[in-house]
Design a protein around this ligand. Structure first.
Ligand code: NCD
Length: 337
């Protein structure tokens, strides 16, 4: 992988400076340099977001539509802030206020949004594959803000950026993912966050372990380059990063766990359990958290170890990078048109 002495451009193949995709619907299939390119692009926005004046007008005159067919707090706000900090006109379409409730088909909604000449669309939908379907019908770049159980690519990217920031902050050189062990624990079956993180982190060379009760482990887990565990204590040994996931009750039809108490006993992250991981292991959670179920409060708030608020911070920077990069062609940026 990369070393601390390499400049960002050294690690992109010659002639490949332009990100070669119109849309960002998933991280599966992206090359390592494409992921690193987006992470590197986000660094400037981390700095801008920490400054008093948080404004860059490169997207001035562009319209971004955030079409959210499923509820969201942090992802919607994060995309809205990202678009506005880059000077774009940002419009939110929330399903409760839309014609979807009146029976309009997904494609008709997409065609309506397309006719309004958006320059980018950010879409969250409860069905896996819905965002790709819309991307095939519209003329502008489409960013997936989470589709069913499939992918949540900006979450995968922001998690990778968070890990890299912490590793660099601790003197970990250029932020190399090779040699890093990441344990993802919880409702893997229903989690698009898990899937995007698995694609992202394995592509970057990390060792990924997934841990879940048998009923919440995907049947096709062997097709992904991960080590599956049902025993959380075993999955924690030697972990550099522990990523906890929420039980996605809204996607469950039937009983997947015996009781919240038993789930916490077997799969909850307590301080005692965290001690089984590496001494300085990083704790992550995409939110929303169920404190006292998958993660104890004193772990979620553990200073120096919990990266949960940094994940939110990196989310805005990553979304700014994605919006900037995917609209370069439209804006006629040299080398991108
Ligand atoms: C996740 C999501 O919506 O997929 N949250 C998020 O985007 N930060 C995870 C979840 O809902 O549990």
């Amino acid at each position: 992988m990369t070393s601390a002495t390499q400049t960002p451009t050294d690690r992109y193949p010659a002639g490949s400076a332009a990100f070669p995709h119109r849309d960002l619907t998933g991280l599966a299939g992206l090359a390592p340099w494409e992921i690193l390119f987006l992470l590197d692009e986000a660094e400037q926005w981390v700095d801008l977001n920490r400054a008093a004046q948080k404004r860059d007008d490169r997207l001035a005159g562009l319209t971004i539509i955030n079409a959210f067919f499923e509820n969201s707090t942090r992802t919607l706000l994060s995309f809205e802030i990202a678009g506005k900090r880059l000077g774009a006109d940002v419009v939110n379409m929330l399903v409760a206020q839309s014609s979807v409730k009146k029976g309009e088909t997904l494609i008709d909604t997409a065609m309506t949004l397309n006719a309004m000449h958006a320059d980018a669309m950010v879409i969250r939908h409860q069905s896996s594959g819905a965002v790709r379907l819309i991307a095939e019908k519209v003329d502008c770049p489409v960013l997936n803000a989470g589709d069913g159980q499939h992918e949540h690519p900006t979450q995968g990217l922001l998690d990778a950026l968070t890990i890299r920031k912490f590793m660099q902050g601790r003197g970990g050189g250029g932020g190399d993912f090779a040699g890093l062990t990441v344990t993802i624990c919880g409702d893997i079956l229903h989690s698009r966050v898990a899937r995007s993180n698995i694609h992202c982190l394995t592509t970057l060379g990390a060792e990924v372990r997934v841990c879940a009760p048998p009923a919440l482990m995907p049947a096709d887990i062997d097709a992904l380059k991960v080590q599956p565990f049902h025993d959380f204590d075993a999955a924690l040994k030697g972990a550099d990063v522990v990523m906890m996931l929420r039980l996605q009750q809204e996607r469950m039809s039937g009983q997947f766990i015996a009781s919240p108490g038993e789930y916490r006993h077997l799969y909850g992250l307590s301080l005692d359990r965290l001690a089984l991981a590496e001494p300085d292991a990083l704790v992550m959670h995409p939110g929303p958290m169920n404190r006292g179920i998958e993660i104890d409060s004193n772990v979620a708030d553990l200073a120096g170890r919990s990266a949960i608020t940094t994940q939110v911070e990196m989310g805005v920077a990553i979304r700014m990078a994605c919006l900037d990069v995917l609209t370069r062609k439209t804006r006629g940026v040299e080398g991108w048109a």
